[in-house]
Design a protein around this ligand. Structure first.
Ligand code: GLN
Length: 486
């Protein structure tokens, strides 16, 4: 049962091949037996899951249940879950039990999906390797000596290890796409504002966006259909009609114009990764698409601009964690200053503190214009690059990540090397555009992801394009050589 895609689980439940209680029990057992190898979950919600599964079975029996009814999923531990600890991968929130659900969680609950638990992540979603988590690193199911990518590494690894068919995730600079690429899963970061951020712990508010990770574009479409939509509780959420993203998957893609940015194939891209991307582009030509060279001339400025904007916003967002109102408080504070200093010093890990320092500096009087304002101007130029490219093409394609998964510890001591992991994903967030990653081959037995960048609110077309690719290739069906359950 653990091999099934979401689409197959939906059919199996409706055909009474198995019940939600049965598949939920099976996956909970697998998590218990196998997740010691991967560390992809921070919290497993056994009792909640079994109760939700029983309720879903009752709803299915009545008929007319929503598509996701009874389907087991997991939530990144950045989404607030009522009554269930929500840590954001941090010691700061190790004891935080929210009294409410994030809008995304509420929507899945309303659809009677079953929550198996909360997945591991880089602390406050800052990282590209899942090594900054207070709960220890996540291991890549394809090779447990390697990282799964980050920050949504727990969601990606849980899906890749066949512990759950799909999971929620978030992407501020690549955190859905890069782990999807490194674990052979399919992930989509929607247009900024497409999915509500309410109840999703904020990292960089002008960049953060939630989306799904699953084992096929079709499954991602099922999950996005539940997640997307306007939310009056999030003033940045877009008030546009929602669509059923599963409806256009089989549209023909002949005549599709694919932009290939030359800046995404330069120095820094692993040669074998480049070859897998070229193979994928040829496959699209066979499907009737046309390749068009485009230029995104400000690409090299994306990482530097991001590492001003994201830390600046993070330093403001994380000021609420002061040892008074939420989460961790140090022992025996001498006075208020000592309470602040030690609560934040002990509650936050190194990477989070580094970002707060950088962000506070960039926003301080006298430096604001030189750094934050300048970075926002660069951001505008990056956005314009894409707007111009989309005058000529329907989608843009390139690598998701410059190389396959690297060894645990390999980049931990070198923040800049780690930051360059997101060289092809960050510009999309700066521009607010949707981006996805899907499996397109292996290099030394490790997965490679193809990135598809779409125009604003063009998620349906991206999923259509990805699904057509997955109809003629089977990379997404390949699984890691997993440890077996007893
Ligand atoms: N790796 C990037 C960072 O560390 C992006 C993280 C994310 O998308 N949440 O900030």
């Amino acid at each position: 049962m653990h091999q099934l895609t979401i689409a197959e689980v939906i059919r199996g439940l409706r055909d009474r091949q198995f019940s939600s209680v049965e598949i939920t029990r099976h996956l909970l057992d697998r998590i218990q037996q196998l997740d010691g190898n991967y560390n992809s979950f921070i919290t497993v919600t056994d009792q909640l899951a079994m109760a939700q599964a029983a309720a879903a079975d009752a709803r299915l029996a009545q008929g007319g249940a929503p598509a996701l009814c009874g389907v087991p999923i997991a939530h990144k531990d950045i989404f607030c879950t009522s009554g269930v600890r929500t840590s954001c991968g941090s010691r700061m929130l190790d004891n935080f039990v929210p009294p409410y659900d994030a809008t995304v969680v509420e929507k899945f609950n309303a659809a009677s999906a079953v929550t198996l638990g909360k997945t591991n992540m880089d602390e406050f979603a800052m990282g590209s390797s899942n090594e900054t988590s207070y709960y220890g690193p996540v291991k890549n199911p394809w090779n447990t000596d390697c990282v799964p990518g980050g920050s949504s590494g727990g969601s990606a690894a849980a899906v890749a290890a066949l512990l759950v068919p799909g999971a929620t995730a978030t992407d501020t600079g690549g955190s859905i796409r890069q782990p999807a690429a490194l674990t052979n899963t399919t992930g989509l970061k929607p247009t900024y504002g497409r999915v509500s951020r309410w109840g999703m712990i904020a990292f960089a508010s002008s960049l953060d966006q939630a989306g799904p990770i699953a084992r096929s574009a079709e499954d991602v479409a099922y999950l996005l259909t539940v997640m997307a939509g306007h939310d009056e509780k999030d003033s940045t959420s877009l008030n546009r009609p929602v669509q059923d993203y599963t409806l256009n998957l089989n549209d023909p893609i002949a005549g599709l114009r694919i932009g290939v940015p030359k800046e995404y194939f330069g120095e820094g891209l692993n040669a074998d990764t480049a070859a897998r991307i070229e193979d994928a582009l040829k496959e699209f030509e066979r499907l009737g698409a046309e390749l068009v060279e485009v230029s995104l001339p400000h690409t090299e400025l994306a990482v530097p601009a991001y590492y001003v904007i994201a830390p600046a916003e993070a330093s403001a967002n994380l000021s609420r964690f002061d040892g008074v109102r939420y989460g961790y408080r140090c022992e025996d504070p001498q006075d208020l200053r000592d309470l602040y200093m030690r609560s934040r010093g002990e509650g936050f890990g190194d990477e989070v503190q580094r970002r707060i320092l950088v962000g506070t500096y960039a926003l301080s009087a006298g430096y604001y214009d030189a750094y934050y304002n300048k970075a926002q101007q660069v951001r505008r130029l990056i956005k314009q690059d894409f707007v111009q490219a989309f005058e000529k093409v329907d989608v843009i394609m390139g690598p998701t990540s410059p190389s396959p998964a690297f060894a645990l510890g390999a980049k931990k001591a070198d923040p800049v090397a780690m930051y360059l992991e997101d060289i092809y994903t960050i510009a999309t967030n700066l521009a607010g555009l949707p981006g996805m990653s899907l499996p397109c081959g292996l290099v030394n037995s490790m997965p490679v992801g193809l990135q598809i960048i779409g125009n604003y609110l063009d998620e349906a077309r991206m999923l259509n394009v990805a699904h057509q690719f997955q109809q003629v290739t089977d990379w997404h069906r390949q699984h890691a050589n997993l440890a077996s359950a007893v």
